[in-house]
Structures are given as C-alpha cells and as structure tokens.
Design a protein around this ligand. Structure first.
Ligand code: ZN
Length: 187
C-alpha cells in the first residue's frame, strides 16, 4: 500500500529541443504531509549549460561576469571596512583613548554607541581590530569618519574605494541585464 502519490509531468522542451524539462511531484496520502516538487532538465547538454529554479531557466555562462563583479564588490566592501576600522583605531590612539571603557565612554559621548559597557565589551571582543565601525551607530559612517580619515591618507584611500564601488555597482546593473533567462511558460 502506497503512503504517497508520485507523478512526473513534462513542463516543456529543454532549450536545445532534444530533451525535456519535467517536474516530479510527491504528495503524501494524508492531509498533514507536505507536497514536494522537484524540477529537472532531462538533457545532458542543457543540464550543463542551464540552471533551473522554479519555472525559470538561466544560462549559466551569462551569469559568470556578474558573479565575478559581485566577488569584486565584496572585496571592495571588505577593504572599505578595513580602512574605516583603521581610521577609528587611529582616532583612539591619537586621542589617548587607551582602554575599552574609555573608548566606550567616548563613543557614547559622540552618540555612536547607545548600549551598555558590557555590550560594548562583548561586541568589541579582545582583538584590537574587529570591524569596530560596524557595531557603532550608522552616523559614524558620515562626516565624522571622513573628518577623521582626512587626518591621514585614509581619506584618499576611502574615496578611491568609494569610486571603485560606484563603478562596480554600475557594471553589476549592466551585467544583470545581460543574463539570459527563459521562462518555461514561454516555451
Ligand atoms: Zn537540451
């Protein structure tokens, strides 16, 4: 006796036309179970070249450029985070703010951190350079940080990275429009 129903239906031809795209449906016989659906490309060539999500086929090679750009963008974001932390560390050093408690009090005074000293300690950890700015208030990211950055060469570095980031974001938008997709309902 079967406890579930199982059937396969053809959703359409694969992009090259030699094979099919199908959907496997497994439905339990009781009313509490969940029906599962799994789509598949039944063509060696197309299953290598295309990826299938829901009813949409995406040409893998058309996404490669976007994937590269997204990786480049996250490398830039990491570099920006690193420079910002350096700027904040530099501020602490220049102003003789030597202990975590003193840091906390100063960040509170500036309105960049609203939590308790314990929370500050926990987030800050014992490492000297975790991404400090990321748990401070977003306001730290504006004029204050740029003013501090202008004391050293960090401002030029940050501006350079911001420019690069803006370029990559534009490229990402362009690259998105170059992705080749096919909807099964159009085929
Ligand atoms: Zn095919």
């Amino acid at each position: 006796m079967s406890t579930e129903d199982h059937w396969t239906s053809e959703l359409g031809k694969c992009p090259c036309g030699a094979g099919t795209v199908s959907e496997d449906v497994v439905s339990p016989d009781n009313m509490y179970g969940k029906t599962t659906r799994k789509v598949a490309i039944n063509c060696t060539k197309c299953s290598q070249e295309w990826e299938l999500a829901g009813r949409t086929l995406t040409l893998k090679s058309s996404k490669e450029n976007l994937n590269t750009l997204v990786k480049q963008l996250s490398a830039i974001e990491r570099e920006i985070a690193r420079i910002k932390d350096e700027v904040i560390a530099g501020y602490f050093t220049r102003n003789g703010i030597g202990t975590m408690k003193a840091e906390y009090e100063d960040m509170q005074r500036l309105g960049f951190f609203a939590g308790s000293l314990q929370t500050y300690r926990n987030r800050r950890g014992t490492v000297s350079s975790p991404p400090v700015y990321q748990f401070l208030s977003m306001d730290v990211d504006g004029d204050w940080l740029m003013n501090q950055a202008s004391v050293t060469t960090a401002k030029t570095l940050l501006e350079g990275q911001h420019e690069k980031r803006a370029e990559i974001k534009k490229d990402i938008e362009k690259s998105k429009s170059n992705i080749v997709r096919k909807s099964l309902s159009d085929m």
